[in-house]
Structures are given as structure tokens and as C-alpha cells.
Design a protein around this ligand. Structure first.
Ligand code: SF4
Length: 736
């Protein structure tokens, strides 16, 4: 047991709608919980990436003044990356949204009261729905807010406001893994625990620059006492690839052929665990027949990885006792991401590397609460990992939440790209954007921003009034940030951790939870949320919703237990034998999966060409990715920290191979124009061997990068394929 200071959520109960004329902050909803001692050290979970590190926030005279990594927490074991250490810096930025802002007839955003903002929001939304139908209002949410908040948003919009379509920015990072797991395992169930990084003797990373994208997980790899063989599959020589035993620098978008070729080599080498395959999987024979079409010679030619390297990697996997396979955005953000993820899953299944320490087919999540979003956003799946199309599921959710079953849709929401297409075709007229920055991060940015301009009504709910998306909004609702609210996150290894309020949000900014409550009251459906009194009351409802599902965490005894045991990984049903102090819990140790027959399915397909091939006019492949460990997404928070800003690039740059620097008459450290069919940007040239000839790499955190990207999507997950498009590069000639 970890000896932590227990801090309970003491947000005050919601006051009914008649109080609306008063500002919510006047109701005391923005106050710091009174139970925290003024000089306490308060434990919380980091609000950036999905690792879910525990951080100790140090208070002096009631003010949060510093952060240190929590010692002893099973995730980060006393470590944090620069973003975690700097978690407080984004909260004091001068561009915080501190009051609701409404765009006037003069085109300028002006501060208004909460009452006015909520009335406007409700009137405009109802007008859009009355004129164009309920489908005409949609929302785009995030993996950055606590599970309690996203569940309330999902319930409010779908069951209370009659909004049909909503999606999240998790579509941009994790949708591929969700679909891959659901089809292969029967449920969206990453099977691992972080201790597996330390228990493997072979670690295979596909499309993952773990060293900078998930630095604490990388530290766990470094702590592995087995001197593991590290295999990295990535077109670039990333910081992670540079440390690999085997770096397979494959041609971009050739992952699927490479993985099928490896599967064939493993079959040829007799590496198949027949007992596991026979007892716990289905469709193996058809899979073996399929991969027979990928002989090593052909795979070497297609991928650019030579036969000796492929053979050596197959030998290493064959010899490994505990082999773990991991992937992240290089796989998820590709044109055939689902089948690629399943090709990785197939390698783990065929070699019996699942359900034991140091094994697994393991998707590494992106955002701090992407897993919470996957289970509770109520967009593509019904609350609690349920299915909109299943009448028993709808009945169960209606009973637990005491809502009218007829208000629950029978189908999932449109995906993010479909919502954007809906704006284009005129079926979506209003959009509510919560804690995400569509105008910066959506693929093919110029095309996307033209769509935002087409909306009749755009409302942005965010910590900052300065984001690219807020700049286009008709209404801005000021939201509290991490540290200013209570709730829970679910990390990559399914661990539910408590996020603690340690300071008051500035001005009239409110936790999203209380904004959603206010909207519900203003809409006239506030009674629906009578039981959702506080985030912790809501957590209890979510536990009830999870009961009986693979993600069952009904056995957790409130936030207090999360604080005292270092978070809890699902499943943790109420039948869990007590006490259960196990800090690490992995899935499938009994070989039973969540499919109807209990078997994991081998799923495979023919590789497909990319949507935009290179040609004479655009002869280079554009790769995009993370810049540094101090960067986060669209930099709305990290740019507020002087420390983090000092660790990141100041201007956008392109990595170019020396051969291409010569071929295109470029010069290192000089500017170049990078041009795609969708836009052109000016960047600094970095001459480097990290990329191969014919490829260039650009940092995804800069606002102009997505002017170049091509709007292709995985056909099953609808996740955008950010990692491949065709560009050309030209020197910028400056006059003498
Ligand atoms: Fe936060 Fe992720 Fe860094 Fe941990 S690794 S401190 S969770 S950003």
C-alpha cells in the first residue's frame, strides 16, 4: 500500500436552475476544497499524456507552488517528464478565458455573464435544431477532460439535448486501436501493464518513438534487467530507433507487408505456439494461408528492409521467451491502421505471447484520458463500453441513469471526418467544440478551416480564448484546467487514477463538469442529472454502468481508494477478493477473450495503396510526428511554460536527407518552401540522416504543418492518416 495523503472531492452540490441568474462561481463551485491543508502536498495524476504519472502538488498558504513526481506510484516510480514538472505553468497564462465571451455585431468577442452566455447557447442550439433538424448540431470533444465530465457531456447531448452526432479528438489518435481490439479480442482491451516493459526479453516497437512521446515508459524499458533485444520499426531513425538492437527502417506505409512477411518467416521457423493457437484463437489456418503470399524476397523489395535484417528479427522473436509488441501513432495514423494493428496482434497470438508477464499486443494510448473517452464519451460506443445497437445495453444504461430509454439512439455517432463532411454538405450547422483545437490539428487544415467558416454557430469551451478554434467562435465558454477540477483519468494500461483540484480556476472559469450542469439546467433537463451531484457521485454512477462489462470497476471504493492504492486497473469488479493490493493487473492470463466464443480472432486483409502517391510534381513523402518530450499537441498549454518553450523548436523545420539537400539545392539552416497539393509552408532546413532519401519529416506541433497533410482515413476506424502525403521542396531565394 502506498502511504499517500487522502484528499476527497468536496465540490458543493449543484443548485437548481432558479439560481441561474447568479454566476456559477458565485455559487461557490469554483472554490478550492476546504479540506486541503494550506501547506499540504496533494497527489494527482498528470494531465498531459496517457502514461498517467502521479504528481505531488505542493501547496504553500493554500497556493499551488510546485510539482514533484510522486514516489512509489506504480506507474512512474518517482519520475516525471518535463511536461509533468511544468504542469502548473499553463494555468497562469494571460490568455486564460476568465469569462464567457460572445461575438458582437462588430465581430469582436466581448465578455458577457454566464446567464447570458447560457441563454445564447441554448437559444442558438435550439434554433439550429428547429430549422435544420436535431442532426444539425454536433459536438467535438477530447481525451483531455476527466471521465466524469465526458460521460456527462455524452449523456447531456445524446439523452437531454437530442444531439445525434458527436466525436472526440481521440479519433485522431486511438480510433484504430479501438476497432482493432474490438474485432480481435471482442472488446477494446489493451491487455498489458507497464511492468511488462521490464519483464520482456524482446521488445518490438512499431511506429512508436517512445523515448520522447512516452518518456516514462521509455524509462521502464531502460529499467528492464533482462538486457532485452529492442526491435524498432520506423521509417525514421528516431531517438528510440537510435537505441535499437534492430532498426527496421522500412519504406513509409509498408508496415502491413513487413508484418505479414515476419509472420510467414515465423511460421517457416516453427515459432508458432500451436497449443495456444488451437485452444485460444480462431481463423489461424486462413491467416497462415494469407501470409504465405508474403515471401521474404518480395517483402524485402517492397519495404526496403533487407532479407538478413528480416531474418534476424524473426530469429530474435522466435528465441524470445517473453516478447511484447507495442504500437502507437505510426500505426494508428495510417491509411490501413486497423489491419496493421491487427497484424501486430496476430504476431503476439501466433507465438503465444499474450497473458503472461513481459508479453502482449499492446497499443500505447496518446492523451491522458483517451481510455476514459473510449469507454465513456457516449459517441461511437454507448456509456460504459456498451453498444448503441444492443437493446439490452440501452435498457441497462437507461435504468442506471434513470433516463427515458427512448432518448437513447440506436446507432453510434458520426465520426469526426463525417461530421466535417456534414458541415460541408450543409447537414451540420452548429458545432460545440470542447477542449480541442480543430483549426490547428485537423488534417488538411485549410480545407478544415473553410468548413468551420461555413457553420451558423460555433461555440468553443476551452481554458484559453486564444486558440485557433476559439478565434473563429461565436461564443467562448471559459473552462477550468488540470489542477482546477476533480475527476478520474484512465491511462494506457487501464489504470484509473484520481485527478485532484488544487487551485481555483481564474475569474468565472468553471470545471467542464459544472458547465455541462449549467447547460443542462438552462436547456431544461437539469433533473436528469440530479444524481450527478459532484464528480465523485458521478464516478459511482460510472462504476454501476461498468458492472458486468469487461471494463467492470464497480469494486473501487471511491476516490479515497484510488488515492490510497496508487490507482486501480480495470477490471476490478465488486466480487474482487479483498484485500487486493496488486499494483499490476494484465488481461487474458486464462487465455479467454471477450469474443462470443472466447477466442481471439486472426484478422487480415490485402495491403492497399496509399491515397496520395508521390509523382514527378510531388516526389517526396512527408512524414509528421512529435517534436520533443516538452511538446504537447497544438502547444496551447506547453507554450505557456518558459521551461518547456526553451526545450522546443521556435520555428517550424523540415528534416531532409543530405542527398535531397544536394538534389534540391537546399542548404542546412536556410529556409525552404514545402509544398503539397493543399498548401505551402516555409520552414528551416535541417540536413540529417534521420530520414531516408525521398522522405522529409515535419514537426506536428506547429500550426502550419497540417496545411500540407492529405485527408485520407483508415476505412474501418476513420482515423486520419497524418503520416503520409506527397510534397515537393524548393529553396527560398532571398534577395541580396
Ligand atoms: Fe505527464 Fe506523460 Fe510526462 Fe508522465 S510522461 S509526466 S503522464 S506528460
Amino acid at each position: 500500500m502506498i502511504n499517500t495523503r487522502v484528499v476527497r472531492s468536496l465540490a458543493k452540490p449543484w443548485k437548481p436552475a432558479r439560481e441561474l441568474e447568479r454566476t456559477p462561481s458565485a455559487l461557490g463551485l469554483g472554490q478550492v476544497p476546504t479540506s486541503i491543508e494550506p501547506d499540504a502536498v496533494v497527489r494527482s495524476v498528470c494531465g498531459f499524456c496517457s502514461t498517467g504519472c502521479s504528481l505531488d502538488v505542493h501547496l504553500r498558504d493554500g497556493e499551488a507552488i510546485n510539482i514533484t513526481p510522486s514516489p512509489g506510484y506504480p506507474v512512474n516510480t518517482g519520475m516525471a517528464c518535463p511536461k509533468g514538472w511544468e504542469g502548473l505553468a499553463p494555468l497562469d497564462a494571460p490568455d486564460r478565458a476568465t469569462a464567457p465571451m460572445l461575438r458582437g455585431a462588430d465581430g469582436v468577442l466581448k465578455e458577457v455573464s454566464w446567464a447570458e452566455a447560457l441563454r445564447y447557447f441554448v437559444d442558438q442550439t435550439k434554433a439550429v435544431q428547429a430549422t435544420h433538424g436535431p442532426e444539425a448540431m454536433a459536438f467535438l470533444s477530447t481525451g483531455q477532460i476527466p471521465t466524469e465530465e465526458m460521460a456527462m457531456l455524452g449523456a447531456l447531448t445524446k439523452f437531454g439535448m437530442g444531439i445525434t452526432h458527436g466525436d472526440g479528438n481521440t479519433r485522431q489518435c486511438m480510433a484504430t486501436s479501438v476497432v482493432a481490439y474490438k474485432e480481435s479480442f471482442g472488446f477494446d482491451a489493451p491487455p498489458y501493464t507497464y511492468a511488462d516493459f521490464e519483464a520482456s526479453d524482446v521488445i518490438v516497437l512499431v511506429g512508436s518513438n517512445l523515448a520522447i512521446a512516452h518518456p516514462i515508459m521509455w524509462e521502464r524499458v531502460a529499467s528492464n534487467p533482462n538486457d532485452p533485444t529492442l526491435i524498432v520499426v520506423d521509417p525514421r531513425c528516431t531517438e528510440t530507433a537510435a537505441a535499437a538492437t534492430h532498426h527496421l527502417a522500412l519504406e513509409p506505409a509498408s508496415d502491413l507487408e513487413l508484418l505479414y512477411g515476419l509472420a510467414k518467416l515465423l511460421i517457416d521457423k516453427g515459432a508458432v505456439d500451436r497449443t495456444f493457437v488451437d485452444e485460444h484463437t480462431s481463423d489461424y489456418e486462413a491467416f497462415a494461408e494469407h501470409v504465405a503470399r508474403f515471401p521474404v524476397e518480395a517483402v524485402a523489395e517492397r519495404t526496403g528492409v533487407n532479407e538478413e535484417q528480416l531474418d534476424a528479427v524473426a530469429d530474435a522473436i522466435t528465441a524470445g521467451r517473453n516478447v511484447s509488441f507495442w504500437w502507437t501513432m505510426g500505426v494508428n495514423q495510417s491509411h490501413q491502421g486497423v489491419r496493421t494493428a491487427q497484424a501486430i496482434i496476430n504476431l503476439a497470438l501466433m507465438t503465444g505471447n499474450i497473458g503472461r508477464p513481459g508479453t502482449g499486443a499492446n497499443s500505447i494510448t496518446g492523451q491522458c484520458n483517451a481510455m476514459g473517452s473510449r469507454l465513456f464519451s457516449n459517441t461511437t460506443g454507448l456509456l460504459g463500453g456498451h453498444d448503441f445497437a444492443n437493446p439490452d445495453h440501452r435498457k441497462r444504461v437507461a435504468e442506471v441513469l434513470a433516463v427515458d430509454e427512448s432518448t437513447i439512439p440506436h446507432t453510434a455517432s458520426w465520426s469526426y471526418d463525417r461530421i466535417m463532411a456534414g458541415i460541408d454538405e450543409g447537414t451540420i450547422k452548429g458545432l460545440w467544440v470542447i477542449a480541442t483545437n480543430t483549426a490547428h490539428s485537423w488534417i488538411d487544415q485549410n480545407g478544415g478551416n473553410e468548413l468551420l467558416d461555413k457553420l451558423d454557430f460555433l461555440v468553443v469551451q476551452d481554458m484559453y480564448h486564444s486558440t485557433e478554434t476559439a478565434a473563429a467562435a461565436d461564443l467562448v465558454l471559459p473552462a477550468a484546467g488540470w489542477g482546477e477540477k476533480d475527476g478520474t483519468f484512465i491511462n494506457s494500461e487501464r489504470r484509473i487514477g484520481h485527478v485532484t483540484k488544487v487551485r481555483q480556476a481564474p475569474g468565472q472559469a468553471l470545471a467542464d463538469f459544472w458547465i455541462f450542469k449549467s447547460v443542462a439546467d438552462a436547456w431544461g433537463c437539469g433533473e436528469m442529472f440530479a444524481a450527478w451531484e459532484t464528480p465523485e457521485h458521478t464516478f459511482a454512477l460510472l462504476q454501476e454502468l461498468s458492472a458486468g462489462q469487461p471494463c467492470d470497476f464497480a469494486g473501487i471504493e471511491g476516490y479515497e481508494m484510488l488515492d490510497s492504492v496508487g490507482g486501480v486497473q480495470w477490471p476490478y469488479p465488486s466480487t474482487t477478493e479483498q484485500p487486493d493490493d496488486s499494483a499490476e493487473r494484465r488481461l487474458f492470463s486464462d487465455g479467454r477473450f471477450f469474443t462470443p466464443d472466447g477466442r481471439a480472432a486472426f484478422i487480415f486483409d490485402s495491403p492497399q495503396p496509399v491515397a496520395e502517391e508521390i509523382d514527378e510534381q510531388f516526389p517526396l513523402v512527408l512524414l509528421t510526428g512529435r517534436g520533443s518530450a516538452a511538446d504537447w499537441h497544438t502547444r496551447t498549454r506547453t507554450e505557456k511554460s518558459k521551461v518547456l518553450s526553451s526545450m522546443t523548436a521556435k520555428v517550424n523545420y523540415v528534416e531532409v536527407h543530405p542527398d535531397d539537400v544536394a538534389r534540391y539545392e537546399l542548404a542546412s539552416s536556410r529556409q525552404a518552401r514545402l509544398v503539397s497539393r493543399r498548401g505551402a509552408i516555409t520552414v528551416d532546413v535541417i540536413e540529417t540522416g534521420t530520414v531516408q532519401p525521398g522522405q522529409v519529416f515535419v514537426n506536428m506541433h506547429f500550426a502550419d504543418t497540417n496545411q500540407l497533410t492529405f485527408p485520407a482515413f483508415d476505412p474501418y476506424s476513420r482515423q486520419p492518416a497524418y503520416k503520409y502525403c506527397a510534397v515537393r521542396i524548393e529553396p527560398v531565394v532571398t534577395s541580396p
